[in-house]
Design a protein around this ligand. Structure first.
Ligand code: G4P
Length: 290
C-alpha cells in the first residue's frame, strides 16, 4: 500500500511532545471509536509514560454501540479514564472538564492541602489526523480555535487553549501517524477517510470493504443494497474476488450498468465508500478488542 508518511515531521512532533510533557498534568488521547487501535500512535505510550491519561472515544455516533461498549471496558481495564464523545454534535464533550478533574483527583486534593487550590490544570491533547481533534477542542473551548496545522511543511507553534478558569489544553501541532505495518490498519484508515483514497485503487478498497461488511454486518449490506441474500462465498475465494462479486450484485441492483450489460463496479465502489462514510449504511466498528 502506498501510504505517504512523513518521518521528518513525525520526529519534530515527537520532540515537541518530549519537550512539553513536563508542563502538563495529564494527556488526553483522541481516538476514532470505529478503529481505536488503527487510529492510535503506539509511541504515545512511551512518550507520555507516567502521565494520567484520558482516552476520548470520538465519533461514537458513527460506531456500533456494542463495539464502543467493549472498547470503553478494554481501555478502563488498562487503567485509563474513558470519555465517549460525538464532538460534532457536542455529545460527551461537556463531561470533559469533570473527567479530567476526576482523573487528577488525588493531585488536586494535594494542591488544595498545600493552599494551591487555584492552580491551573494543563492537559496535552494528542491524536492522529481525522479523529476529530479540532472539532473536539472547539466544542470544549466553546469557540473556534485556530486549527493547528497537521500538514507537513507547515509549522505552527503549540497553542494553549483555555477551557475554564482552572483548565488549559495544549493543542499540539504536527502529525502523528499510527503504524502502518499491518495491512488492516491501512485499510481501516482508508475506509474511514483518514488517509486519501489513492493508497489503493478505489475498486480494490471497495472490494475489501464489501468483504468485511459481508462477514460482520451482512444485514446492513442486504438492507442498504436491497439484496435478498448475499452471494455465497466460494471455497478459497480471496477477499478481493468475493468483494468484487458483492460490488457487482449491489451495482446491478442500483442499475449501474455499462455497455454490454456489465456492472460499473468502480462507480459502485465509490458509492459504497461514500455511503459508508456518510453513515447511510449504519454504524460500524471495524475492529474489536482481541
Ligand atoms: P482532526 O482535527 O482530527 O483532523 O479532525 P477534524 O476535527 O477536522 O474533523 C474531521 C471531520 O470529522 C470533520 O468533518 C468533522 O466535522 C468530523 N467529525 C469530528 N468529530 C466527529 C464526530 O464525533 N462525529 C461525526 N459524525 N463527525 C465528526 P468535515 O466533513 O471535514 O467537516 P464538516 O462538514 O463537519 O464541517
Amino acid at each position: 500500500m502506498n501510504i505517504q508518511w512523513y518521518p521528518g515531521h513525525m520526529t519534530k512532533t515527537r520532540r515537541m511532545i518530549v519537550d512539553q510533557i513536563k508542563n502538563v498534568d495529564a494527556v488526553c488521547e483522541i481516538l476514532d471509536s470505529r478503529i481505536p487501535i488503527s487510529s492510535r500512535n503506539p509511541d504515545i505510550d512511551v512518550l507520555t509514560e507516567g502521565k494520567p491519561r484520558l482516552i476520548v472515544l470520538n465519533r461514537v455516533d458513527q460506531a456500533d454501540p456494542e463495539g464502543t461498549k467493549q472498547w470503553a471496558a478494554y481501555f478502563r481495564a488498562k487503567g485509563y479514564a474513558v470519555l465517549e464523545s460525538d464532538a460534532k454534535a457536542g455529545v460527551g464533550t461537556t463531561k470533559f472538564a469533570a473527567a479530567i478533574r476526576e482523573l487528577l483527583a488525588d493531585k488536586l486534593r494535594a494542591y488544595a492541602e498545600k493552599g494551591m487550590a487555584g492552580r491551573v490544570v494543563r492537559v496535552m491533547i494528542l491524536g492522529i489526523p481525522n479523529v476529530g481533534k479540532s472539532t473536539f477542542i472547539n466544542k470544549i473551548a466553546g469557540r473556534k480555535t485556530a486549527k493547528t496545522e497537521d500538514r507537513p511543511g507547515v509549522t505552527r507553534s503549540k497553542q494553549w487553549v483555555p477551557i475554564d478558569r482552572g483548565l488549559e489544553l495544549l493543542d499540539t501541532p504536527g502529525i502523528l501517524w499510527p503504524k502502518f505495518e499491518d495491512q488492516s490498519v491501512g485499510l481501516n484508515l482508508a475506509y474511514t477517510g483518514a488517509v486519501k483514497d489513492d493508497i489503493l485503487d478505489i475498486e480494490t478498497l471497495g472490494c475489501h470493504l464489501m468483504c468485511y461488511l459481508s462477514e460482520h454486518y451482512p444485514e446492513n449490506l442486504k438492507t442498504g443494497y436491497k439484496l435478498t441474500a448475499l452471494p455465497e462465498r466460494e471455497e478459497e475465494e480471496n477477499d478481493v474476488a468475493y468483494g468484487y462479486r458483492l460490488l457487482e450484485a449491489a451495482g446491478r441492483k442500483r442499475g449501474f450498468l455499462i455497455s454490454g450489460g456489465e456492472v460499473d463496479t468502480e462507480r459502485m465502489a465509490k458509492i459504497l465508500l461514500d455511503e459508508f462514510r456518510g453513515g447511510k449504511l449504519g454504524r460500524f466498528t471495524l475492529e474489536l478488542p482481541q
